[in-house]
Design a protein around this ligand. Structure first.
Ligand SMILES: *[C@@H]1O[C@H](CO)[C@@H](O)[C@H](O)[C@H]1NC(C)=O
Ligand SMILES: *[C@@H]1O[C@H](CO)[C@@H](O)[C@H](O)[C@H]1NC(C)=O
Length: 415
């Protein structure tokens, strides 16, 4: 059907479709701007990173309004006025909840893990990217063959199922059954020996902060931000509550909306005519290939999760960070456990769209305040983000092979 592509923007709609009806009743819970919502709830002691007002760069509005588009020029102003030393100091003592992420095993004891070899066969049609297929050299002398080919792995230690359920029974000597569901509901099949989800409590965690979620992307990053149009949005699954939230906010800020929902650029596929330098493959331009490049022209990217639930932070946010834009985020209440300090505008902390829009517009006209949102990357202040990336799809093969090995592979205990 469809080859592997970035997950949520493109295929999650498809993956999610089957389960969407079920989820609707359980999970769809949007953050409308309303006094009853967590807008006023103070961040918990474990996710306390306040981004408003940005702490090191002084009070927003204390500097004269200054339109700017040159990003490096803005960074130089921030360096002169604030600088990494002050930024680091301001972030000291802020500890996100480390348990939101699994340890990827760096320091852990090898305990009989290797030398050994484990093979995992990925079954059936799935969004899991083809180019994750590889022979991995993992820690402790463990090697890991991850493949979609039943020729390459004719006697696999584990079978990975995504689109279909594993067999109900596993007989002695048969491969372990692994099931993955990265959607918000983390729905187990009920027949797996190992479950992979986005949450730290799942057997193996796979976050969305991995480069395998954006194969074939165009890596061009614009050095200039648009000065007049400050927010990028692109959504093609027009869930009504997300749309309403976006519409209320976007009506208050100059923006471009490229997707099917609330499109205001004169139709679909306009990003390439706006930004020809973003074309990755002129013979077959696909919107997901130039997504990052298009985003990089904007100061802000609106990112609204389709489901608001703990730890469900998807590529919508990471794409924007990877593109050098600042996400305006509505989603997981514990999002700060996953991202760099001071890297996003947390939309749920504002009491109205007007308040949020006025904040965003002030930052857009203040090169020093805006640069502060990029300071994490420039100063190496990453918080849990290092763990978030280490627990992504990119490293899933080794982490799964390790667990398969610990469970004994084909010779592991049957249920
Ligand atoms: C920003 O936009 C304003 C109004 O369109 C324009 O006058 C100004 O020259 C622009 N500034 C930069 C730095 O591009
Ligand atoms: C920390 O994160 C874990 C995993 O998401 C969660 O179960 C736990 O409740 C969190 N602890 C606090 C204090 O928020």
């Amino acid at each position: 059907m469809v080859p592997s592509k970035p997950i949520n923007f493109f295929l999650a709609p498809m993956i999610a479709f089957a389960t969407a009806l079920l989820l609707l009743s359980l999970f769809l819970e949007f953050p409308p701007f309303s006094p009853s919502l967590p807008t006023s709830s103070p961040p918990s002691s474990t996710s306390p990173i306040p981004s408003y007002p940005s702490s090191s760069s002084g009070r927003l509005g204390s500097r004269p309004k200054e339109a700017f588009s040159d990003l490096r020029g803005a960074f130089a102003k921030w360096d002169a006025e604030v600088g990494c030393a002050r930024f680091r100091k301001g972030r000291r003592g802020l500890a996100p909840n480390a348990s939101a992420l699994q340890d990827s095993g760096g320091g852990a004891d090898c305990g009989g893990l290797g030398p050994a070899h484990v093979s995992v066969l990925v079954k059936g049609w799935t969004w899991i990217p083809d180019n994750l297929d590889n022979l991995y050299s993992c820690r402790c002398g463990l090697s890991c063959l991850w493949t979609k080919s039943p020729v390459m792995a004719d006697k696999p230690d584990a079978l990975l199922f995504e689109n279909v359920n594993p067999p109900e029974r596993r007989w002695k000597g048969e491969p372990l059954r692994v099931y993955i569901d990265l959607e918000a509901s983390r729905k187990r099949s009920g027949f797996e020996d190992i479950f992979i989800g986005y949450h730290a409590n799942d057997d193996v965690q796979s976050t969305y902060a991995g480069s395998f979620f954006h194969n074939n992307r165009n890596y061009h990053v614009s050095p200039d931000k648009l000065n007049d149009t400050i927010v990028y949005w692109s959504s093609s699954r027009c869930v009504s509550q997300r749309n309403q939230l976006a519409a209320r906010f976007l009506s208050l800020v100059p923006h471009h909306s490229f997707g099917k929902c609330l499109n205001n650029v004169g139709g679909l596929d306009k990003a390439l005519s706006f930004y020809p330098e973003c074309s990755a493959d002129a013979s077959a331009p696909q919107w997901w290939d130039h997504l990052h490049c298009a985003m990089s022209h904007y100061k802000f990217v609106l990112a609204i999760e389709n489901t608001v639930t703990e730890s469900y932070v998807t590529e919508k946010l990471y794409y924007a960070l990877d593109a050098g834009a600042v996400p305006i985020y509505f989603g997981a209440p514990n999002v700060w456990d996953f991202i760099p300090p001071g890297s996003i505008v947390d939309g749920s902390k504002f009491s109205s769209p007007e308040e949020l829009a006025s904040y965003v517009k002030s930052v857009a006209d203040d090169p020093v305040a805006y640069s502060e949102f990029h300071a994490w990357r420039r100063c190496g202040v990453l918080g849990n983000y290092v763990k978030t990336r280490a627990a992504s799809l990119d490293t899933l093969p080794c982490r799964l092979c390790e667990l398969v090995r610990r469970k004994g592979g084909r010779d592991g205990r049957t249920l």
